[in-house]
Design a protein around this ligand. Structure first.
Ligand code: HEC
Length: 160
């Protein structure tokens, strides 16, 4: 265990002299798990608020999407699809949904130069806010069929 090591890693002294006050017993643990901690659980209430404020105008207050969402607009762009089970949002892996929301429909999620009305929210929302909004969306996917399909998709991708 790190606590018994005679020569302590340099990192320790950095943490020790930092402003953070961490109990001495927590330090070896902190060093032992060098990886970043998992992100905090999503906050559905915050997600609902973020969705209403930043997504609903296009994707619909009830996640219903824009009318005739499968048909290209006169300007050649696609309307906003529903985020409920009638759309195709649930067909995508969590990390793809996150990336599309953060960066917009850019490669590798769309061909280079793809023109889309879907904004990139990276400058506007924090990663946690994006995760909250997406968790709120995902909370509308409740049918056995969709839940099973998503579980299988995540398994196939080695995510769960
Ligand atoms: C200004 C309108 C607009 C706003 C606001 C908007 N979107 Fe979109 N979004 C779109 C359009 C249009 C598309 C379809 C783009 C395309 O296919 O070219 C889309 C597509 C998406 C997709 C891909 C869906 C799929 O099935 O492939 C995701 C995910 C998404 N939006 C999430 C969000 C989230 C989350 C928010 C709020 C934080 C949001 N959008 C806000 C217009 C918008």
């Amino acid at each position: 265990m790190a606590a018994d090591r005679p020569a302590r890693p340099r990192k320790l002294s950095v943490i020790k002299t930092g402003a953070l006050s961490i109990g001495a017993t927590a330090l070896p643990l902190l060093i032992a798990c060098g990886d970043a901690p998992p992100p905090p659980a999503a906050d559905l209430q915050a997600g609902a608020r973020i969705y209403a404020q930043h997504c609903a105008a296009c994707h619909g207050a009830k996640l219903e999407g824009q009318p005739e969402w499968r048909r290209r607009l006169p300007n050649g762009r696609m309307p906003a699809p529903p985020h409920d089970e009638s759309g195709h949002t649930w067909h995508h892996l969590d990390e793809v949904l996150f990336a599309i929301t953060k960066y917009g429909l850019v490669p590798p999620y769309a061909p280079p130069g793809y023109q889309s009305d879907m904004p990139a929210f990276g400058g506007e929302l924090s990663d946690q806010e994006i995760r909250d909004a997406l968790a709120y969306i995902a909370s509308h996917w409740n049918s056995r069929e969709v839940l099973d399909a998503r579980a299988e998709m995540m398994r196939n991708a080695g995510r769960r």
